[in-house]
Design a protein around this ligand. Sequence first.
Ligand SMILES: Nc1ncnc2c1ncn2[C@@H]1O[C@H](COP(=O)(O)OP(=O)(O)OP(=O)(O)O)[C@@H](O)[C@H]1O
Ligand SMILES: [Mg+2]
Length: 223
Amino acid sequence: MTTQKATNVTWHEGEISREDRQRILRQRGATIWFTGLSGSGKSTIAVALEQALFKLGKLSYRLDGDNVRLGINKNLGFSEEDRKENIRRIGEVAKLFGDAGVISLSSFISPYKADRDEVRALHDATSLGFIEVHVDCSLAEAERRDPKGLYKKARAGEIKNFTGIDDPYEAPDQPEIHLHTDQMSLEDEVQIILDYLIEKGYVVQNHRSRAEDGEQTINAEIA
Ligand SMILES: Nc1ncnc2c1ncn2[C@@H]1O[C@H](COP(=O)(O)OP(=O)(O)OP(=O)(O)O)[C@@H](O)[C@H]1O
Ligand SMILES: [Mg+2]
Protein backbone atom coordinates (compact mmCIF):
# COMPACT_ATOMS: atom_id res chain seq x y z
CA MET A 1 0.00 0.00 0.00
CA THR A 2 1.19 3.50 -0.78
CA THR A 3 1.82 5.44 2.37
CA GLN A 4 0.22 8.78 3.15
CA LYS A 5 2.79 11.53 2.68
CA ALA A 6 1.01 14.73 3.70
CA THR A 7 0.12 15.22 7.32
CA ASN A 8 -2.63 17.40 8.77
CA VAL A 9 -5.14 16.44 6.05
CA THR A 10 -8.72 15.62 6.99
CA TRP A 11 -11.54 14.23 4.83
CA HIS A 12 -14.28 16.85 4.43
CA GLU A 13 -17.70 15.22 4.16
CA GLY A 14 -20.41 16.65 1.85
CA GLU A 15 -24.17 16.79 2.25
CA ILE A 16 -24.98 14.74 -0.86
CA SER A 17 -24.18 11.03 -0.62
CA ARG A 18 -23.21 8.43 -3.18
CA GLU A 19 -26.72 7.01 -2.76
CA ASP A 20 -28.19 10.41 -3.65
CA ARG A 21 -26.13 10.56 -6.81
CA GLN A 22 -26.99 6.98 -7.73
CA ARG A 23 -30.66 7.79 -7.34
CA ILE A 24 -30.34 10.54 -9.96
CA LEU A 25 -28.50 8.20 -12.31
CA ARG A 26 -30.65 5.11 -11.58
CA GLN A 27 -27.61 2.87 -11.42
CA ARG A 28 -24.87 1.88 -9.02
CA GLY A 29 -21.34 3.14 -9.46
CA ALA A 30 -18.78 0.41 -10.07
CA THR A 31 -15.46 -0.30 -11.70
CA ILE A 32 -15.14 -2.86 -14.45
CA TRP A 33 -11.46 -3.65 -14.65
CA PHE A 34 -10.29 -5.28 -17.87
CA THR A 35 -6.91 -6.99 -17.57
CA GLY A 36 -5.06 -9.00 -20.20
CA LEU A 37 -2.28 -9.04 -22.77
CA SER A 38 -1.86 -6.25 -25.29
CA GLY A 39 -4.16 -7.07 -28.20
CA SER A 40 -6.37 -9.34 -26.10
CA GLY A 41 -9.37 -7.05 -26.68
CA LYS A 42 -9.71 -4.88 -23.55
CA SER A 43 -10.30 -1.59 -25.36
CA THR A 44 -12.45 -3.20 -28.05
CA ILE A 45 -14.76 -4.74 -25.44
CA ALA A 46 -14.88 -1.53 -23.37
CA VAL A 47 -15.93 0.50 -26.41
CA ALA A 48 -18.67 -2.01 -27.31
CA LEU A 49 -19.86 -2.25 -23.70
CA GLU A 50 -19.99 1.53 -23.39
CA GLN A 51 -22.31 1.60 -26.43
CA ALA A 52 -24.51 -1.17 -25.03
CA LEU A 53 -24.80 0.59 -21.65
CA PHE A 54 -25.56 3.88 -23.37
CA LYS A 55 -28.46 2.21 -25.21
CA LEU A 56 -29.80 1.12 -21.81
CA GLY A 57 -29.53 4.70 -20.60
CA LYS A 58 -26.61 3.92 -18.27
CA LEU A 59 -23.67 6.24 -17.73
CA SER A 60 -20.25 4.72 -18.13
CA TYR A 61 -16.85 6.22 -18.78
CA ARG A 62 -13.80 4.61 -20.29
CA LEU A 63 -10.39 4.89 -18.72
CA ASP A 64 -7.94 3.50 -21.23
CA GLY A 65 -4.22 2.77 -21.05
CA ASP A 66 -2.83 4.99 -23.76
CA ASN A 67 -5.36 7.80 -23.15
CA VAL A 68 -4.38 7.99 -19.51
CA ARG A 69 -0.67 7.84 -20.33
CA LEU A 70 -1.18 10.84 -22.62
CA GLY A 71 -2.72 12.80 -19.74
CA ILE A 72 -2.73 12.28 -15.99
CA ASN A 73 0.08 9.69 -16.21
CA LYS A 74 2.24 11.28 -18.90
CA ASN A 75 5.15 11.35 -16.46
CA LEU A 76 5.17 7.54 -16.12
CA GLY A 77 6.96 4.91 -18.21
CA PHE A 78 6.83 1.11 -18.25
CA SER A 79 9.26 0.12 -15.51
CA GLU A 80 7.76 -2.05 -12.78
CA GLU A 81 7.66 0.97 -10.43
CA ASP A 82 5.98 3.22 -13.00
CA ARG A 83 3.47 0.53 -14.01
CA LYS A 84 2.60 0.18 -10.34
CA GLU A 85 2.06 3.93 -9.94
CA ASN A 86 0.10 4.00 -13.22
CA ILE A 87 -2.34 1.41 -11.88
CA ARG A 88 -2.54 3.00 -8.43
CA ARG A 89 -3.55 6.37 -9.87
CA ILE A 90 -6.09 4.82 -12.22
CA GLY A 91 -7.50 2.84 -9.33
CA GLU A 92 -8.01 6.08 -7.43
CA VAL A 93 -9.57 7.77 -10.46
CA ALA A 94 -11.90 4.80 -11.03
CA LYS A 95 -12.89 4.99 -7.37
CA LEU A 96 -13.81 8.66 -7.77
CA PHE A 97 -15.92 7.86 -10.84
CA GLY A 98 -17.62 5.03 -8.96
CA ASP A 99 -18.34 7.28 -6.02
CA ALA A 100 -19.87 9.73 -8.48
CA GLY A 101 -22.23 6.90 -9.52
CA VAL A 102 -20.56 6.18 -12.85
CA ILE A 103 -19.62 2.72 -14.16
CA SER A 104 -16.00 3.10 -15.15
CA LEU A 105 -14.55 0.81 -17.79
CA SER A 106 -10.85 0.54 -17.10
CA SER A 107 -8.70 -1.08 -19.79
CA PHE A 108 -5.12 -1.64 -18.72
CA ILE A 109 -2.83 -4.59 -19.22
CA SER A 110 -2.26 -4.33 -15.44
CA PRO A 111 0.05 -7.36 -15.44
CA TYR A 112 0.77 -7.56 -11.71
CA LYS A 113 -1.66 -9.28 -9.41
CA ALA A 114 -0.60 -7.28 -6.36
CA ASP A 115 -1.36 -3.98 -8.12
CA ARG A 116 -4.83 -5.14 -9.18
CA ASP A 117 -5.51 -6.45 -5.69
CA GLU A 118 -4.56 -3.07 -4.29
CA VAL A 119 -7.17 -1.41 -6.51
CA ARG A 120 -9.70 -4.04 -5.43
CA ALA A 121 -8.92 -3.32 -1.76
CA LEU A 122 -9.39 0.39 -2.41
CA HIS A 123 -12.89 -0.33 -3.74
CA ASP A 124 -13.75 -2.85 -1.02
CA ALA A 125 -12.83 -0.31 1.66
CA THR A 126 -15.54 2.02 0.40
CA SER A 127 -18.07 -0.69 -0.61
CA LEU A 128 -17.75 0.03 -4.30
CA GLY A 129 -18.18 -2.79 -6.79
CA PHE A 130 -14.97 -4.01 -8.41
CA ILE A 131 -15.50 -6.37 -11.30
CA GLU A 132 -12.30 -7.88 -12.59
CA VAL A 133 -12.61 -9.13 -16.15
CA HIS A 134 -9.84 -11.39 -17.38
CA VAL A 135 -9.59 -10.69 -21.10
CA ASP A 136 -7.87 -13.96 -21.83
CA CYS A 137 -6.24 -14.50 -25.19
CA SER A 138 -3.30 -16.71 -26.09
CA LEU A 139 -0.05 -14.88 -26.72
CA ALA A 140 0.06 -16.44 -30.20
CA GLU A 141 -3.35 -14.99 -31.12
CA ALA A 142 -2.63 -11.57 -29.55
CA GLU A 143 0.61 -11.46 -31.49
CA ARG A 144 -1.15 -12.50 -34.70
CA ARG A 145 -3.66 -9.63 -34.21
CA ASP A 146 -0.97 -7.12 -33.21
CA PRO A 147 -3.39 -4.19 -33.75
CA LYS A 148 -0.77 -1.54 -32.93
CA GLY A 149 2.28 -3.34 -34.35
CA LEU A 150 3.76 -3.47 -30.85
CA TYR A 151 4.60 -7.18 -30.75
CA LYS A 152 6.58 -6.78 -33.96
CA LYS A 153 8.55 -3.96 -32.37
CA ALA A 154 9.02 -5.91 -29.13
CA ARG A 155 10.30 -8.98 -31.02
CA ALA A 156 12.71 -6.72 -32.89
CA GLY A 157 13.98 -5.40 -29.55
CA GLU A 158 12.67 -1.89 -30.22
CA ILE A 159 10.36 -1.99 -27.18
CA LYS A 160 11.65 -3.23 -23.83
CA ASN A 161 9.60 -4.56 -20.88
CA PHE A 162 6.78 -5.69 -23.16
CA THR A 163 4.24 -7.86 -21.34
CA GLY A 164 4.26 -11.42 -22.66
CA ILE A 165 7.62 -10.99 -24.39
CA ASP A 166 10.18 -9.83 -21.84
CA ASP A 167 7.88 -8.90 -18.97
CA PRO A 168 5.51 -11.21 -17.08
CA TYR A 169 1.71 -11.29 -17.07
CA GLU A 170 0.15 -12.60 -13.87
CA ALA A 171 -3.35 -13.90 -14.66
CA PRO A 172 -6.09 -13.36 -12.06
CA ASP A 173 -6.92 -16.38 -9.89
CA GLN A 174 -10.58 -15.59 -9.37
CA PRO A 175 -11.79 -12.88 -11.72
CA GLU A 176 -15.49 -12.06 -11.54
CA ILE A 177 -15.65 -12.64 -15.31
CA HIS A 178 -13.33 -14.70 -17.50
CA LEU A 179 -13.55 -14.16 -21.27
CA HIS A 180 -11.64 -16.28 -23.77
CA THR A 181 -11.46 -13.71 -26.54
CA ASP A 182 -9.65 -16.07 -28.90
CA GLN A 183 -12.71 -18.34 -28.85
CA MET A 184 -15.69 -15.99 -28.43
CA SER A 185 -17.42 -13.26 -30.39
CA LEU A 186 -17.35 -9.64 -29.24
CA GLU A 187 -21.16 -9.67 -29.02
CA ASP A 188 -21.11 -12.64 -26.63
CA GLU A 189 -18.42 -11.02 -24.49
CA VAL A 190 -20.47 -7.84 -24.10
CA GLN A 191 -23.61 -9.82 -23.32
CA ILE A 192 -21.85 -11.80 -20.57
CA ILE A 193 -20.78 -8.58 -18.86
CA LEU A 194 -24.23 -7.00 -19.27
CA ASP A 195 -25.88 -10.11 -17.81
CA TYR A 196 -23.52 -9.93 -14.83
CA LEU A 197 -24.29 -6.24 -14.23
CA ILE A 198 -28.02 -6.88 -14.39
CA GLU A 199 -27.85 -10.02 -12.21
CA LYS A 200 -25.83 -8.20 -9.53
CA GLY A 201 -28.12 -5.17 -9.61
CA TYR A 202 -25.65 -2.60 -10.91
CA VAL A 203 -27.94 -1.95 -13.81
CA VAL A 204 -31.70 -2.18 -13.71
CA GLN A 205 -33.55 -2.80 -16.95
CA ASN A 206 -37.06 -1.64 -17.74
CA HIS A 207 -37.46 0.25 -14.50
CA ARG A 208 -40.71 2.09 -14.03
CA SER A 209 -40.56 5.86 -14.09
CA ARG A 210 -39.99 8.09 -11.09
CA ALA A 211 -43.35 9.76 -11.72
CA GLU A 212 -45.18 6.40 -11.57
CA ASP A 213 -43.51 4.95 -8.52
CA GLY A 214 -42.04 7.76 -6.48
CA GLU A 215 -38.74 7.74 -4.67
CA GLN A 216 -39.43 4.50 -2.79
CA THR A 217 -39.11 2.22 -5.79
CA ILE A 218 -36.08 4.02 -7.11
CA ASN A 219 -34.38 3.52 -3.77
CA ALA A 220 -35.22 -0.17 -3.87
CA GLU A 221 -33.89 -0.52 -7.39
CA ILE A 222 -30.44 0.70 -6.51
CA ALA A 223 -30.23 -0.65 -2.97
N1 LIG B 1 -13.58 -11.74 -29.68
C1 LIG B 1 -12.85 -10.62 -29.70
N2 LIG B 1 -12.92 -9.75 -28.67
C2 LIG B 1 -12.18 -8.61 -28.66
N3 LIG B 1 -11.35 -8.24 -29.68
C3 LIG B 1 -11.28 -9.06 -30.74
C4 LIG B 1 -12.01 -10.28 -30.80
N4 LIG B 1 -11.71 -10.90 -31.98
C5 LIG B 1 -10.85 -10.11 -32.61
N5 LIG B 1 -10.57 -9.00 -31.91
C6 LIG B 1 -9.63 -7.95 -32.34
O1 LIG B 1 -8.52 -7.97 -31.48
C7 LIG B 1 -7.96 -6.66 -31.36
C8 LIG B 1 -7.91 -6.27 -29.89
O2 LIG B 1 -7.26 -5.01 -29.78
P1 LIG B 1 -7.46 -4.03 -28.56
O3 LIG B 1 -6.83 -2.74 -28.96
O4 LIG B 1 -8.88 -4.01 -28.13
O5 LIG B 1 -6.59 -4.78 -27.45
P2 LIG B 1 -6.17 -4.25 -26.01
O6 LIG B 1 -6.33 -5.42 -25.11
O7 LIG B 1 -6.88 -3.00 -25.68
O8 LIG B 1 -4.61 -3.97 -26.21
P3 LIG B 1 -3.65 -2.86 -25.52
O9 LIG B 1 -3.28 -3.39 -24.16
O10 LIG B 1 -2.45 -2.82 -26.43
O11 LIG B 1 -4.37 -1.57 -25.48
C9 LIG B 1 -8.87 -5.73 -32.16
O12 LIG B 1 -8.30 -5.53 -33.42
C10 LIG B 1 -10.17 -6.53 -32.26
O13 LIG B 1 -10.91 -6.20 -33.41
MG1 LIG C 1 -6.24 -1.04 -25.30
